[in-house]
Structure formats: structure tokens, C-alpha cells
Design a binder for this molecule. Structure first.
Ligand code: RNT
Ligand code: ZN
Length: 420
């Protein structure tokens, strides 16, 4: 793309938006500071490094066998850096416990901050924050389908211990990096078939979580979220950590919920949940994903729901209380492209939401002028958003438009294709 043309197009776009009272330069300054947490697990199909050759469990699934998945910590970092070089804006990196970088033989109930020290060094080098997740799946102690809500004391204790240790790793991340870590607790616990007792497992999950958050907890450096789900593969009839469970837990314990776009009934959308949840909790975590017929974790595209999520955060000023994380894993396409497409789309959706004369539209709404409201919403869709986006990419030193694909193809040829 020709730089002079990008600037020319931007100047014209800037005038168009200025006529609506929008300062595009100010919008781009703000957008640049909004952190998006890129999930490590897109890079290696949720395999991790702590255990070798373990099947993915917990009712989630990665499909596809596109070559080039990262096999080592070094490869994953190299891939993530490549993706980050193609994405504008502030990033964080979201780790799972199974991504520990250690030669020691440690189990999940034995992890310590030192097993993650090299991630801190790496994050410092890149100047980014880290987020964290206990890994309550893909482990023999999760084979019954229950973890922290298990009626078996030994199993429950194991996962409580894992979560406490995860929280401490997360607190260490926040302390070391000076950027609060966000820790997300997701448990796949549930039944394939109709249970007799729906209350017991939920009570045990509540008590287990209370043990995880007991004692000294460092909320300055680490914020904790619980992620709900409607069902998982093999847990179709009953999921312990339902939406009501997690919301109730978060509100009563001063924690966050994590709303994952794929964890609700097919016509239920998280964009409509944000404003309610944030009336009752201080902060919110999102797992921006794309369910296709089920919680399929497709790469995030710039669809209506993504734009609605961005509007739900930007219009009422809830962006600063929301942590945006991504959660998808597609092994059927180039994984660096998957990260790049999904994360760039999140940025685009935020930019679109910021390029809106919200106050004017709110006036229309309050005056009962729904005609003008609808007219504006529709006209805005064809405003010169693309020119602002291109300029944002260019001035942030990342490829403009599909030019990033050339970089990915080169990387595939020179690096990924050699991983055999
Ligand atoms: C699973 C949840 C959870 C996981 C990651 C790997 O349905 O969405 O967030 O995707 O922890
Ligand atoms: Zn999720």
C-alpha cells in the first residue's frame, strides 16, 4: 500500500467523522492503549508443555491438522511474536498452567512461580502483561468428569491445590510485570446424562472455590474470574459451573465472571450481558470467541456480535472495567494467521464502536426518535472506517490490509514448514 494514499484517505475520513463531532486522532490514541489478551493455546492446539502426549479433555475440542503447531516453549514464543508483529495495539499474553517452562517433573498441584520465570522474562522483553488459567482438564485427575466439585475428597483437594498455586503464579506475574494479571477459573465438571443431584456438585464447587480464595490474596496484582458454560461434549445434561452459579459466586465473593461468547444457548449473546453484569461486579472478563452451532471456538470474525460486544463496552464507558481476552483454537488453518485474524478483528470492532457519535444517537433515543437512531446506525456502517483502520495499522508499524498475509506465508515457508 502506498503511504501517501493511506494518509490522503485518512485525511478525508477524518473530515467525514469530524462532521459528526468525532476526533479520529483521539480515538486512535485511545484504541492503542486498550489491551487485548492473546491466548497462548491457539499456537499449539491446547497441548501445553508440562505433559507429553496427553489427549485434550474437558469437553472441548480442537479439530484440523494444519502443519506447524508449536512444539516447544521457544517455538510458541517465536510464533506469538510473529503474530504480535502483525497486530496493532496493546497486547497481553494469556497462559495456561500446562505451559510451564521447566525441565522438572512437576504435577499441577506442585507448580510454583519459578516454573514460569522465563515467561516473565519474555513478557518483560516485549513490555507486555501476562494473564493466567489453572488447567483443570487433560489430566488423569479429571478423568471422572469432575474436578473441584468432585465428591471424592482426594480429587477435589488436588484441584483446589492446583488453583491456589495458579493464583500464586498469577500474583507473581502481576507483581513482576507491574501489570495486573487476570486469572480465569474454568472447570469442565458435569454429567453426560441427567443427574439426581444438581445441588451437591455446585455446593462443592462453591466450597472449593472459597478454599482457593481463602487467606492472603493479592488482588492488586491479580484479578480472579470464574467462567460459566452451558454444556460441553460429554457433559450435555448438566454443567456445574452454570451462568447462575458463576454470576452468584462472583457477586457474592467480589470476583469477576468470565463471559465466553460460545458458552450460552445459540441465540443468547454476551453483548447483552455486559451491561447487567457490570452493575453488580467491579470488573468483567470476556472470552471473545465464535461459536458455530456449538462452542466450536472458531476464529473470531468481524460479525454483528463482535461489533455488538464492542458497542456494549464502548457506548456506556465500560471498556476500562473489562478485560478482553480471546478464546478460539482452530487447527485447520495457519495458527499465526488465526491469531492475527481474530485479534485484528477485535481491534477493528473496537475502532468501529469508537467511531460513533454516541451522544447524538442517545439524544435521538431519549427523544423517542427511533427513525433517526436506526438511520444513523445504518449509515455509519458505510462511513470510511477502512481508511482510519489502514492509517492506524500503518502508524503503528504493522502491515496494512492483507499485506500481513505475505509475512505469514513467508514465515510458514521459512519456519513452520520445517517443523516435521
Ligand atoms: C472452555 C473454556 C475455556 C477454555 C480455555 C482453554 O470451554 O472456554 O476458557 O477454552 O481455558
Ligand atoms: Zn473460554
Amino acid at each position: 500500500m502506498n503511504e501517501a494514499n493511506i494518509i490522503k484517505a485518512y485525511e478525508l475520513a477524518k473530515e467525514s467523522y469530524a462532521s459528526l463531532g468525532i476526533d479520529t486522532d483521539a480515538v486512535l490514541e485511545k484504541l492503542k492503549t486498550v489491551p487485548i489478551s492473546m491466548h497462548c493455546w491457539q499456537g499449539d492446539d491446547v497441548a501445553g508443555f508440562l505433559f507429553k502426549d496427553v489427549a485434550l479433555s474437558g469437553g472441548i475440542q480442537v479439530t484440523g491438522n494444519y502443519p506447524g503447531a508449536a512444539r516447544t516453549v521457544a517455538e510458541l514464543r517465536q510464533d506469538a511474536e510473529k503474530a504480535m508483529s502483525l497486530i496493532p495495539g496493546t497486547k497481553k499474553f494469556n497462559l495456561h498452567a500446562i505451559y510451564a517452562d521447566t525441565d522438572e517433573k512437576v504435577d499441577l498441584n506442585e507448580i510454583e512461580p519459578r516454573h514460569f520465570a522465563s515467561w516473565v522474562d519474555w513478557a518483560k522483553k516485549l513490555g507486555i502483561g501476562l494473564d493466567f488459567n489453572p488447567t483443570c482438564f487433560s489430566h488423569p485427575m479429571a478423568d471422572t468428569g469432575f474436578t473441584i466439585s468432585s465428591a471424592n475428597k482426594e480429587i477435589q483437594d488436588f484441584w483446589v491445590e492446583h488453583c491456589i498455586r495458579s493464583r500464586k503464579v498469577a500474583e507473581y506475574f502481576g507483581r513482576e510485570l507491574g501489570i495486573p494479571c487476570v486469572t480465569n477459573y474454568w472447570f469442565p465438571d458435569g454429567y453426560k446424562d441427567i443427574p439426581v443431584d444438581r445441588e451437591g456438585p455446585r455446593r462443592r464447587m462453591m466450597e472449593g472455590l472459597d478454599r482457593v480464595f481463602a487467606g492472603d490474596i493479592d488482588e492488586k496484582n491479580n484479578r480472579n474470574a470464574v467462567e460459566s458454560k452451558v454444556f460441553g461434549i460429554g457433559a450435555e445434561s448438566y454443567t456445574v459451573g452454570s451462568n447462575e452459579f458463576c454470576l452468584g459466586y462472583a457477586v457474592s465473593r467480589n470476583k469477576m465472571v468470565c463471559l465466553d461468547a460460545g458458552h450460552f444457548h445459540p441465540t443468547e449473546v454476551i453483548s447483552d450481558k455486559v451491561s447487567s453484569v457490570l452493575l453488580y461486579t467491579k470488573e468483567l472478563l470476556l472470552h471473545v470467541s465464535r461459536p458455530v452451532r456449538w462452542d466450536s471456538d472458531h476464529v473470531v470474525i468481524l460479525d454483528d456480535e463482535l461489533q455488538n460486544i464492542a458497542h456494549a463496552l464502548v457506548r456506556p464507558g465500560l471498556l476500562d472495567r473489562t478485560h478482553i481476552g480471546l478464546d478460539f483454537f482452530d487447527a485447520s488453518i495457519n495458527r499465526i494467521a488465526a491469531w492475527t485474524i481474530g485479534t485484528r478483528n477485535m481491534e477493528k470492532a473496537l475502532l468501529m464502536a469508537m467511531l460513533e457519535p454516541t451522544e447524538k444517537m442517545l439524544e435521538m433515543e431519549l427523544a423517542g426518535d427511533y427513525t433517526s437512531r436506526l438511520a444513523m446506525m445504518e449509515e455509519l456502517k458505510t462511513y470510511p472506517f477502512a481508511a482510519v483502520w489502514d492509517y492506524y495499522c500503518m502508524t503503528n508499524g504493522v502491515p496494512v490490509r492483507e499485506e500481513w498475509l505475505t509475512a505469514v506465508k513467508e514465515y510458514e515457508r521459512d519456519v513452520l514448514s520445517k517443523r516435521v
